[in-house]
Structures are given as C-alpha cells and as structure tokens.
Design a protein around this ligand. Structure first.
Ligand SMILES: Nc1ncnc2c1ncn2[C@@H]1O[C@H](COP(=O)(O)OP(=O)(O)OP(=O)(O)O)[C@@H](O)[C@H]1O
Ligand SMILES: [Mg+2]
Length: 287
C-alpha cells in the first residue's frame, strides 16, 4: 500500500507572501525509511504537518493540490482519524507530554479512541516495553531527562499503533551520544514492529545524516519548498555534494566523492580507517 501520495502540493501560510511548499510530487510506499533534509526554513516541518493533517486543519493557509496518507485525503479527514495511522514526534518533546505521569501520556491516545480498558493497558505496556522505559511508568514527565522525555513521547505515539512514524528533528535536544542511541532505537523499533508482522514506514527530518545513513532506503532533499533531489541515499548525497546544496554530508563521504574517480574507489568507506586504507595511507594499529 502507498503510505504517502502528494500531487502538485502547494501550501502558503496565512499572512505569508511566499509559498512554504511548491509543487511537491511525492510517493512513499509502506515500509520505507526516508530522510527528509534541506536547509533551515526549506519546508520540512511544513511537509510533516501536511502528512499529519495539521495542515490544513490546525494551520490556516492556502493548500492546493492533493495529499493522501494511506488513501485518506488530508483535506477532508479529521486529524484524529489520521492520528490512528500516523504519529509524529516533534522536535521538542515538551509539546507532547502534558499529563502528570508517563503512563497517562502513553494512554492518552488510545483513551481518545475509546478502546476498552484492557486493550489500553496492553497498548501502554507494549509501547513502554518497546522504547525501554517500563521503569519510568509512574514518573512525572517534568522530572525526566531530555532523552527520557523523547522516549516517553515516542511511546505515546506507539500506543496508537501507527503505520507511519514521523520524526521531526528528534535529536535536536540531545547530546551526540544520546542522539546516536535514539536513532538506533528508532530503527530497532521499526525492525521489531516489522518482525511482528507490520510494515512500518519511517519518515525522519534530521540533520545528522551520518547517524542515519545505514538505516535509510531513500533521501529527499527540499530546497525553498521544492523537492530538488529524491532517491537512493548515496546517489542523492553525491548529487547534493556536486551541486553544492547545503546539507550535512558526512565529511568522510565528502572526501570520498571528491577523490573517488581520481583514485578509482568503487564503494564508499564506512569508517575513517577504511577511507585512509582505500587512499593507500598507513594507519596505526589504534588509528
Ligand atoms: N506557523 C507558521 N506561520 C507562518 N509561516 C511559517 C510557519 N511555520 C513555518 N513558516 C514559514 O514556512 C517556511 C518553511 O518553514 P518550516 O518550519 O517548514 O521549515 P523547516 O525546513 O522545518 O526549517 P528548520 O530546519 O529550521 O526546522 C519558512 O519560511 C517559515 O518561516
Ligand atoms: Mg522544522
């Protein structure tokens, strides 16, 4: 099934002269792991809002073209219905946690679906287990670290059993090591949901391309509200590099793109050590 289908999608925020999104044509199939990247202000969060139906239902403006998420037309489907298939984790988890305990936050979505209490209990248990925060069940979200809040926000989305998970800059509040473990956790989660018979689609807006690369099936680059590149991750990064599109291409890959033809390199290095070996240099034992 197709997860996302956008056709000639344009959006202009009310009061703004300029379109935030222009002529977006995009199809994302179920099960894909897609990075959306591009310079600040290019329209990534706006696109995420369209996929959740927050645009046009919560953000006034002018929406043209078509936007379907799992065959639901976002223009005339209530956000609450879209939220049964799509969950978003925002940049700032504070926006997403608003009760007095993690458990209540995670139960909030299923309660709004008016599910029976035993089903709500099962979903809360499973969501807490999947993100590894069972021990924080009774904690107040205010007393958690940024990383723990981030996990609680993810659990509060998972309890809705969404088929499409959208993360809008999930590591923006985290230090480098917590960022790396959050990214690993997101994709472990996808693997375990897929193993349990799901086909979870992950769309992630993120600048830390280095942490994500091995997990991605596709990269989409947006610039000034338009999709300028879309395809296989390495090809898209190389093209961005050649065109000078300002995205966060890992330095090791920038070196690889620069020298690969001249040095006859056939595949990209996965570590700095490998790169040095490929370039014919010698590295010390611990290098
Ligand atoms: N609520 C809003 N009202 C009016 N204009 C907005 C609103 N939100 C975003 N914009 C404008 O829409 C454009 C796209 O913004 P958006 O937040 O989607 O960019 P972004 O790619 O997510 O940027 P960042 O990487 O900084 O998060 C920008 O010009 C921004 O100023
Ligand atoms: Mg944004």
């Amino acid at each position: 099934m197709t997860a996302v289908k956008l056709r000639k999608l344009c959006f202009r925020y009310a009061g703004s002269e300029k379109q935030a999104l222009t002529n977006i044509d995009l199809t994302i199939e179920e099960g894909e792991s897609v990075l959306i990247t591009g310079p600040s202000g290019c329209g990534k969060s706006t696109l995420a809002r369209v996929l959740m139906g927050l645009i046009p239902h919560s953000y006034p403006g002018e929406l043209e073209g078509e936007a379907y998420v799992f065959d639901m037309d976002v223009k005339n489907t209530p956000v609450s219905r879209i939220a049964t298939r799509c969950g978003i984790v925002f940049q700032n988890p504070d926006n997403q946690l608003f009760t007095f305990s993690v458990e209540d936050d995670v139960a909030f979505g299923p309660e709004n679906l008016a599910l029976p209490p035993d089903e709500i209990g099962r979903r809360v248990d499973e969501a807490l287990r999947l993100v590894g925060i069972e021990h924080l069940r009774h904690s107040s979200p205010n007393n958690l670290s940024g990383g723990e809040q981030q996990k609680a926000a993810i659990a509060s989305i998972l309890s809705m059993k969404p088929s499409l998970l959208i993360f809008d800059e999930p590591t923006s509040m985290l230090d480098p090591s917590s960022s790396a473990s959050l990214i690993e956790r997101i994709f472990e989660l996808k693997r375990s949901l897929d193993e349990a018979g799901g086909k979870t689609t992950v769309i992630i807006v993120e600048h830390r391309i280095d942490l994500l690369l091995k997990h991605l099936s596709r990269i989409i680059v947006i610039s000034e509200g338009r999709v300028v590149l879309d395809g296989e991750p390495l090809r898209v990064l190389e093209e961005s590099f050649r065109r000078g599109i300002p995205i966060n291409i890992p330095p090791m890959l920038q070196i690889y793109f620069r020298v690969k033809d001249r040095c006859g390199l056939e595949k990209p290095p996965t570590t700095v050590r490998e790169l040095i070996c490929m370039l014919g240099g010698s590295v010390s034992r611990d290098g």
